[in-house]
Structures are given as C-alpha cells and as structure tokens.
Design a protein around this ligand. Structure first.
Ligand code: NOJ
Ligand code: CA
Length: 589
C-alpha cells in the first residue's frame, strides 16, 4: 500500500517520467516535422541514368534492381534523394524520353514490384526517389498517339499538334507548315500518310508533342503524377518544360545570323532558327501552378515530407528563372534548376561565377537556388572545366561551389569519382539520335552516359554481359572500389562536402556573401548563420595563390579548418590563406 505522504512524490515522479519526456518528444517531433517539410531546401539530389548504373540480370543494361543494390553506397555518400531519369516503358528512341506508358516500368529495367522495393529500401536509408515527368511529348508508340494518328475524327486527335502542310495536294505532301526545327536536327514536322497531315515534334520524330491547349492533357498528367505519388515517390523533375507551347499562328522563326550577316548553319546542316516561336510561352506558368497545386494536395503518406517539383529550366536570364518559382499565392517549382551558374559559364571565370552566384542570392526573391553542373545531356566536368593535368583538383573546386553555395545541390552519377567524358570515335558506334544525325560535328551524348565504374574488374563491375555503351578505359583507376579505399580520393571529398552541407548550420542554410571581390584568380565567400561563420576559397588557376579575406566585418584570430585540398597547409590567420593549383580551403571563423 502507498502511504499518503509518498503519493505527491510518486505523482511528481510519474509526471517527470510520463509527461516531461513527452515534452522533449514533442520538441523532437517539431524538429522532425520541420525536417520533413524543409528537407529540400539544402537537399543533395543524385541523378541516376538507369540504363548505365548497374546491370543485375546480365543483359548489358542497367536496371531498377541495380539501383537498389547500391543504396548502401549512396547512403554512405550522403545523398537525400535520387532522381531517376525515365525508366518507363519506351521504344528507347531517345533512351526513355520517348514514353509509351507513363504508369509502368520498362521490362528491360524491371517491374513495378522492383520499383516499390527500391522505394521501400531507399526509405530505410532515408533516401527519397524522384521521377522524371516528360510532359512535352510522348512516344509515337503511346496508345494516345496511335489513336490520334488513325483519323482526323479520332477522340485523341487533338491530344497532339497536327497541321496541314503548305502547298499540299491529293498526291503531294507539299512542305511542312513552317520553318521550325527539331532540337535533334531537321524539320520539327513529320508527315503522316494515314491522315495526310504533319505532326509537330520539338525533339525526335518518335517524340510527338502533346497539345497543351487540350484540357484532357492537363488531367492526364496530373493523374500520372498521382499514380507515382501512390508508389511513394517524393517529387518529379519536369523535362523540357519551357517547350510546352508554340505560336498558335505558326509563324516562321527568324534565322540566326553571324556577325557578317550570314545565316548560321547548325551541326545538322540546317539553317539555325532563333526558337522564339517554340519556347518560353507564358502559359507554362499556368500549367506549373496547376501541377504544383495537384502535387501539394496529394497526401505524402508513403514517404512523409514535402513533395518537390524540380524543373529542367534552361532559361536565358535570372529574371526568367525567378518567375519559375511562381509567387507565394501561386507557387510553381520548388527548385527550377539554376543553369546560369553550372551549365551556363563552362569555363573557370572567377568574375562570371561571382556575378551569377550573387544573382542567385539577390534576384530569386529569396527562393532556394538549385545548383547543378552536370547531367546526361552535357559533357562531364572534365570536358568542360578540366585542363588534362589537374582534373581531380578542378573537380574538387567545382564540387566545392556545388555544395558550399546556399541552396540545394544536384549532381550526376559518377561525378563523385571523376568519371571522364568518353564519346564514341566511330559513327557506327553512336547510339544517341543526336550523334547519329549530327555526326561528325555533333557526336551526341553517349560520352556522358557510359556505365558507372564500380571496380577494376571486367566491364568495371557494371555487367557480366557486353554493356550497351563501352566502359571508358579510365575505369582501372577511376572506380568506386579504389576511391572508397583512398582517404584522399574525390569520392571522400564529395562525402565530406555533403556532410558539411548537412551538419554545419551556416553551410546548410546560412547567408552567402562574396568576399575579396576584386580578385580575378580566387573565388571566396562566407556562409553565416548567427555567430557561426564559414569562409570558402577556391583557386581558379593552376598557379598557387594567397588570399587575405579579412575585412572590418570579417576577422578572426584563428581559423578552424573544416576541409582543405590534400597537401594544403592550415592558414595561421584569415589574412593569409595559401592555395595550391585549383586548391580549396574551407574554415570556420
Ligand atoms: C531533355 C532531356 O534531358 C533530354 O535527354 C531529352 O532528350 C530531351 N529533354 C527530350 O525529352
Ligand atoms: Ca539489366
């Protein structure tokens, strides 16, 4: 029996045991819910080209199970999310960007059950899965288009963009409706004999553009988005989003001229047009408001946390990029890619980087930039920034900008080990339609899509069968096995940068202000969150440099090194930081 005098004490103990921990738990759960809501604001997103990541059934093609097999590796690297470029059923005319069924997995890559297992296994490692949303076009083998092309009265006819040609007769197909060009070469119009009209394709012939003036298309794509949310994805990367609409009057585009007034001929031998009648129509904003609303409304119960919309947004100016975030009342993308910085400069120019990073701070209305340097459409970092001598140091420098700038970071499989662009050397080896049509001026994108280099065994550990693209010879030294074993490798550099981005609050979310702004050799900036201040310096040259970052506001008797290039010395003071060729220093004040 409990005596009366002990009762109050037991009551207080019970209160401490049951209620106070509850209070801590609720503080914890507030933090968790903030993490779930804001996870994308300093997210590290890893793009996987599924065909090239890991083959598990010995057909020479990567597959979904191959991604699942490497989740521990990706967890060790420290990423938050994977964006898988298209893995839906597809004739593979543009390696998945020609989709014949938006609600399934290509049998060559696996099954929906494999996909569900990937999502579940990734979740165990706190890794989110994002899909590619290709809304500008489908495959010509999609049932919508197969119906559409059957007759002018078919219910799917106006799901695509059909027009009469010019000067067409009963026996002659005449000329295409106008001079618009496909991104992949030649006219953007393809004659279809069954109904004797042309259909429009901004990309490959097998990728007819859908008709966004048709409300049924809007509903179809929202439905597709919901389908994948039900399977536990956390968001989408919207493909070719600026090309959804074209000039309804079908006016010709202007030709691009060189400084002597001659029309520029592109790599495919066509007269280059300026693209002004086939891109950047403002209705894209309305579509994204609609998609965002549908996305926000869908409950995120399979993987709790904000659903996030990423955009493939190659736009001409920072102001165009700012508009793609929408407004607080009518939000659009969470993360439209900032292609101005990482894909727009393409050389180590300190002033250009300083200007564009500052613009991302000041001209995006406080929105979160998505920094990106690399993807499956562009030569890899070595080809765009390397000098052939200091490539690894240069990759350290580039990745420092990628992860240490305020915002979210997106990178491409294999960058973390320094995979090299390896284009085909013979036309008969080319797989990408861009290279097939453009050879030899345009060799296509195979060079940046080669198999992931896991180890130094046959086919770099990618497959036991002949890989769909050859493994670059550099795989014997550039591979995951070698680099995870070497503490000074590029892999460990990426891993440490990501860890800093996740654990240091100044780097995670702090302000981003340029320092030493007249320096034309070294890019330096400070990240600050309250008293926590971190300085970052990146040498853009092959010569050693010394920088003085002290200002009346930024002074420190001592600096604590957070990360520095291999072999670099710790600076005694902020006024004297020594950097080797393409060297990097990151230190806390
Ligand atoms: C952009 C994609 O990244 C590219 O690979 C594709 O060819 C085009 N859009 C067309 O979908
Ligand atoms: Ca396979």
């Amino acid at each position: 029996m409990i005596t009366k005098s002990l009762r109050p004490i037991l009551f207080v103990m019970a209160f401490m045991f049951f209620v106070l921990p509850g209070t801590n738990l609720s503080a914890q759960s507030d933090k968790d819910s903030a993490n779930l809501k804001d996870w994308w604001k300093n997210a590290v997103i890893y793009e996987i080209y599924p065909r090239s990541f890991q083959d598990t059934n010995n057909d020479g093609l990567g597959d979904i199970n191959g991604i699942t097999a490497h989740l521990d590796y990706l967890h060790e690297l420290g990423i938050d999310a994977i964006w898988i470029s298209p893995c839906y059923p597809s004739p593979q005319a543009d390696f998945g960007y020609d989709i014949s069924d938006y609600k399934n997995i290509d049998p060559a890559y696996g099954t929906l059950a494999d996909f569900d297992r990937l999502v579940a296994e990734a979740k165990k490692r706190n890794i989110r899965i994002m899909m590619d949303m290709v809304m500008n076009h489908s495959s010509d083998k999609h049932k919508w288009f197969e119906e559409s092309r059957k007759s002018k009265t078919n219910p799917y006819r106006d799901w695509y963009v059909w027009h009469d040609g010019k000067g067409e007769t009963a026996t002659d197909k005449g000329q295409p409706p106008n001079n618009w060009l496909s991104e992949f070469g030649h006219s953007a119009w393809e004659w279809d004999e069954t109904t004797r009209q042309y259909y429009y394709h901004k990309f490959y012939i097998g990728q007819p553009d859908v008709n966004w003036d048709n409300p049924k298309i809007h509903d179809a794509f929202k439905d597709i988005m919901r389908f994948w949310y039900k399977h536990g994805v956390v968001g989408f990367r919207f493909d070719a989003i600026t090309t959804l609409y074209e000039d309804p009057k079908l006016e010709d585009e202007e030709y691009v001229k060189d400084k002597d007034g001659n029309i520029v001929i592109n790599a495919y031998g066509d007269k280059t047009t300026d693209g002004k009648k086939t891109e950047f129509y403002p209705q894209v904003h309305d579509v994204m408001v609609e998609m965002r609303k549908a996305s926000d409304e869908f409950p995120s119960n399979k993987f709790p946390g904000t659903h996030v919309l990423v955009g493939e947004t190659y736009v001409p100016t920072i102001n165009d990029l700012a508009k793609l975030y929408g407004t607080p009342e009518k939000p659009e993308f969470h993360l439209p890619m900032d292609t101005q910085i990482g894909l727009g400069i393409n050389k180590f120019d300190v002033a250009a980087f300083r200007t564009r990073i500052s613009e991302a701070e000041t001209k995006l209305n406080g929105n979160i930039p998505l920094i990106v340097f690399d993807n499956h459409d562009n030569p890899r970092l070595d080809a765009r920034f390397g000098d052939g001598v200091h490539d690894t140091d240069i990759q350290r420098a580039v990745s420092t900008i990628l992860f240490m700038t305020r915002g979210a970071s997106l990178f491409y499989y294999g960058d973390e080990i320094g995979m090299k662009t390896t284009p085909p050397t013979r036309k008969e080896d080319v797989k990408d339609p861009v290279g097939v049509t453009g050879w030899p001026k345009e060799k296509g994108r195979d060079g940046e899509r080669t198999p992931m280099q896991w180890d130094d065994s046959k086919n770099a550990g990618f497959s036991n069968a002949a890989p769909w693209l050859p493994v670059p010879p550099s795989y014997t030294s550039i591979n995951v096995k070698a680099e995870t074993a070497d503490p000074n490798s590029l892999f460990h550099w990426y891993q440490k940068l990501i860890e800093l981005k996740k654990t240091n609050d100044a780097i995670a979310h702090g302000d981003n202000v340029m320092l030493d702004q007249s320096n034309t050799n070294v890019l330096s900036w400070i990240r600050a969150s309250g008293p926590n201040r971190v300085v970052i310096s990146v040498n853009f040259t092959a010569q050693p440099q010394t920088v003085n970052l002290s200002t009346p506001d930024v002074q420190a008797k001592s600096l604590k090194t957070l990360l520095k290039s291999p072999g670099a010395t710790d600076p005694g003071n902020i006024s004297h930081i020594e950097l080797g060729p393409f060297g990097v220093y990151i230190g806390q004040l």
